[in-house]
Design a binder for this molecule. Structure first.
Ligand code: GTP
Ligand code: MG
Length: 357
């Protein structure tokens, strides 16, 4: 799973990327480099398990981030196309939106207007999809005799194009099984899960409003775009301080929770992801799977042998362990269960796989 940090130039994508992944890139405006990095997914439950089991290591889940430079009006078509491919290969789009005041940036790009940037970004996704569909249509129509599957594909793409022209993403049109098969797994940019991070200046952290805040928030609500406000620069600066000083600075700025905590939670929601845990003296570890994953498949994340030779899973919920204090008490209370291969993993399950190969 890869999360793409996307958006217009100079909106703070690299600053946010540095914050999330602990990197230290300092790009000049117009730098054309994609950065890859991973961030630890904060989870208090894992901390609790580490305290309880005192394992040699505690392994949190990780999210991969990709920092994709903004494409300015002066950029070459080749560069724009390459960046579009980077966006296409992201599982979730996190649009970083400029909502901070910074003279140098404003001299080149004008005042921040997060509403405009949200609307324009969506339009760009729709336009990129239109362009893709139109090219496909042109190619299909070149066939000498149009019939059968080609004719059905053309009809479907025409319907998709009409939708896009009315600002409807293909996924919202509702496809029959036959139509889905015709699309053969083709995914559209405007269908990608998308959330917005409004990158606010530190001066707006106290609740003071930046230009266009209400309008941007209303638009996001109407379009059902999950939205977060993060001050990437100040959080980045705080993250570079000695750990014991960080809490006090966070409090000074009225920050109750770190950006990564909030972003990870929203990203998991958007992508329908949950966590389960494995525990032991050697390690406690958080694993990420999609909602609805059967336990045998989840076992395969840990090791392919566990999936192949799966016998049963011992399962108990984290909240019972937290409530009762020890695994023994959970067992005595009759809350430890044996589950077969089709059991659907629940968020917070603590799982031990019995297997045989
Ligand atoms: N005042 C202020 N400046 C910020 C903030 N976040 C980013 N900046 C500044 O805005 C400029 C652009 O930030 P970047 O993180 O490089 O932006 P970007 O989106 O990666 O830019 P491109 O990669 O060129 O698209 C830099 O000078 C940052 O220091 C913020 O929260 N407050
Ligand atoms: Mg950048």
């Amino acid at each position: 799973m890869k999360i793409g940090l996307v958006g217009f130039p100079q909106s703070g994508k690299t600053t946010l990327f540095n914050l999330l992944t602990g990197s230290g890139h300092e790009d000049m405006p117009g730098a054309a480099e994609v950065h890859l990095g991973s961030a630890v997914v904060p989870d208090k439950r894992l901390d609790f398990l580490a305290d309880l089991y005192k394992p040699r290591r505690s392994v949190p889940a990780q999210i991969q981030f990709k920092d994709i430079p903004g494409v300015s009006a002066e950029a070459s078509a080749a560069f724009a196309a390459r960046m579009l491919e980077e966006v296409r290969s992201s599982d979730l789009l996190v649009q970083v939106v400029r909502a901070f005041r910074e003279e140098e940036v404003e001299a080149a790009l004008g005042e921040p207007d997060p509403y405009r940037d949200l609307v324009e970004f969506r339009n760009e996704l729709l336009l990129a999809d239109m362009d893709f569909v139109e090219k496909r249509l042109t190619r299909l129509r070149e066939a000498r005799k149009i019939k059968g599957e080609t004719a059905r594909q053309i009809a479907l793409l025409e319907r998709i194009l009409e939708g896009l022209e009315e600002e409807k993403s293909p996924g919202s049109l509702g496809f029959s099984d036959e139509e889905a098969a015709l699309l053969a797994g083709q995914s559209f940019l405007s269908d990608k899960p998308w959330l917005a991070v409004l990158n606010v200046g530190e001066e707006f952290l106290g609740g003071e409003e930046y230009p266009g805040r209400d309008r941007a928030i209303a638009y996001a609500r109407e379009q059902q775009i999950p939205l977060l406000e993060i001050c990437a620069r100040i959080e980045r600066e705080i993250s570079l301080l000695p750990p014991e000083e960080q809490a006090a600075f966070m409090a000074d700025y009225g920050l109750t929770e770190r950006g990564i905590d909030r972003l990870a939670r929203k990203a998991y929601q958007c992508l329908g992801l949950i966590s389960f845990f494995t525990v032991g003296e050697d390690e406690v570890r958080a694993w990420t799977v999609s909602q609805g994953t059967p336990v045998r498949k989840a076992a395969g994340k840990i090791h392919s042998d566990m999936e192949r030779g799966f016998i049963r899973a011992e399962v108990f919920p984290f909240h019972d362990l937290e409530r009762l204090g020890t695994p023994l008490k959970v067992k005595e209370a009759g809350l430890m269960r044996l589950e077969g291969k089709d059991y659907i993993v629940q968020d917070g399950d603590i799982i031990h796989i019995r297997f045989n190969v």
